[in-house]
Design a protein around this ligand. Structure first.
Ligand SMILES: [Zn+2]
Length: 143
């Protein structure tokens, strides 16, 4: 997973610095754990659920490359056999092969483009202490 996720960046909302996320930071995000911002050293977590969803869908992109290689090889083989048994001409076979390779490179380019994303990180509020104190205070006040 870590190898597939090169190029994911995070932008800390506190110090406004964007940085490349390290594998352990990516893992922390994947398991919904806050981690320390390397610049302001405050606990941060992704602030946007939509970005988080997109981040988690990147997992599937890691599988894309091997499956695309298999698909492209299959297409090349089918074209070769079709030409060999006389279904299509040599030019036809070349065209099919070129198309298959082209689709392969376009898909990988698209995957790499989608992978380049920046997660907005917000500060983690450890405990809403003020809120808790307020509720407790109100309850004591009622008695
Ligand atoms: Zn920061």
């Amino acid at each position: 997973m870590a190898a597939a996720l090169v190029g994911v960046r995070g932008r800390c909302a506190l110090c406004n610095i964007s940085f490349e996320l390290k594998p352990w930071q990516l893992n922390a995000i994947a398991i919904n754990e806050p981690f320390d911002c390397p610049y302001c050293h405050k606990g941060v977590e992704p602030s946007c659920p939509k970005q988080l969803k997109q981040f988690k869908s990147l997992d599937n992109l890691g599988l894309l490359r091997p499956s695309m290689i298999v698909l492209t090889c299959a297409a090349l083989l089918v074209a070769l056999v079709a030409e060999w048994i006389g279904l299509i001409s040599v030019v036809g076979q070349l065209n099919v092969s070129l198309m298959a390779v082209l689709i392969y490179f376009m898909t990988l380019r698209y995957a790499r483009h989608r992978q380049r994303m920046t997660l907005t990180l917000r500060e983690v509020k450890p405990l809403p202490v003020e809120q808790l104190a307020g509720i407790t205070g109100a309850r004591f006040g009622q008695r």
